[in-house]
Design a protein around this ligand. Sequence first.
Ligand SMILES: NC(=O)c1ccc[n+]([C@@H]2O[C@H](COP(=O)([O-])OP(=O)(O)OC[C@H]3O[C@@H](n4cnc5c(N)ncnc54)[C@H](O)[C@@H]3O)[C@@H](O)[C@H]2O)c1
Length: 258
Amino acid sequence: MGSNGRVAGKVAIVTGAASGIGAAIAERLGEEGARVVVADIDVEAGEALAAKLGEGGVQAVFERLDVTSEADWQRVVHDTLGGFGGLDILVNCAGVAVGGQELLQHDFANWRRILAINLDGVFLGLRYGGAAIVANGGGAIVNISSVASKAAVIRGAAYCASKAGVAQLTKVAALEWAPLGVRVNSVHPGYVETPLVAELIRQAPDADAMRAAAIARHPIGRLGLPREIANAVLFLASDEAGFATGAELLVDGGYVLP
Ligand SMILES: NC(=O)c1ccc[n+]([C@@H]2O[C@H](COP(=O)([O-])OP(=O)(O)OC[C@H]3O[C@@H](n4cnc5c(N)ncnc54)[C@H](O)[C@@H]3O)[C@@H](O)[C@H]2O)c1
């Protein structure tokens, strides 16, 4: 897809950008003219993506960011402001889904691990990245929630709770920051072809049946592609979505309709 400069000149931090949906978002924002901070705990894959974007003419850097670390957030935001001179867009995409447990066996440490990455991570992103966007005079934040914020799944206690939390946290930020020129929206993907979903399917007792069942849950009749999520994020991050804040954008092949 060619570039129309839809986010030309903007500086964007994308968390979880080393893989899957986050990588597609980093690429898509870069194609449309943003300078991109690829932020992830996976140094090797993150550096590789930043290098690939650079070869394609995108100004991109990798920053090691554990979204659960306050110190990491402070450093990454500081480095971004120093290196790129501002911050306009934040996409909170880092998340984990594998390792869910049924409630009767759920250990507390696992609950806290999933909540820490999926929900605390977004809070810290808002607290530090969002604050920098406010200080910069305005911009846009997109938080990646999930259809799991709407529909429950067995063994999804922590995941569903974390993603519902992301949706409501998004709305509070949208309300508080609307007068400050910062729009905050959430995107809710259905199942998307990423390493995360591949691992979920691989771990099922019958992987083929699991894959077929996952597809059957989507009226469109297939799983989504990372780029299809990235296109929605690009829209919300761009000035085209100038009147949209606090919105929940489902990109789920109809998953939550039935
Ligand atoms: N794939 C789907 O079907 C789907 C559906 C709905 C929502 N989502 C959400 O989209 C997001 C991305 O999912 P994906 O499928 O691309 O997953 P993925 O596993 O392919 O990528 C997730 C990335 O997050 C990074 N990450 C994990 N913990 C981190 C931490 N503490 N700090 C920084 N980075 C960390 C990983 O290193 C990885 O690069 C997640 O928030 C996920 O919950 C995915």
